[in-house]
Design a protein. Sequence first.
Length: 195
Amino acid sequence: MEPIILASSSPRRQEYFKLLGLPFNIIPAKLDELPWEQQSAEEYTRDMAVRKIRRILEQLRGRIPQWICGADTVIALGREIFGKPRDRTEARDMMEKLRGREHEVVTSVALFGGKNQSTDCRTVRSRVVFAPISDTELEWYLNTGEWQGAAGSYRIQGLGSCFISSIAGSHSAIVGLPLREFYAMLIENGYQYGP
């Protein structure tokens, strides 16, 4: 199988690539990750996933790889978009807004094929309901540090799951890579998957 450049340093996305048995190289795409004004969560994640691919192509200076994957995940509470918190104060603010409420997790994944020099991008929306969280529970969670580097300040596959009463949608997309959609993209775009 041909190696895929993963434009992300996310350990969760790397775990999914390993689960799928995909050979990959990690080249994180360093970008300003602030949403533009009036941009929806879907517009933002699609834009970021594609921009990560473009950044890798710029870094490779004319060398066209066979495959590049870019992905982005955000939390949306109405029109408000939550990315990764910059500090504990921002993490607390996000968690206070999410507790006891339903929100949306939006993940976009983009796949660049060097042979056709085309990019396929798909988006998955999932819904998550947080249970009410006491101030004591919130402080305990913030003290764990798990909020660092996590969109919306929580990880569904970590301690954040203690506060989730229900999800509707794709668990893998909430983690950061929608496996069904990504697998379909590989097959439909001509990736030679399997033996």
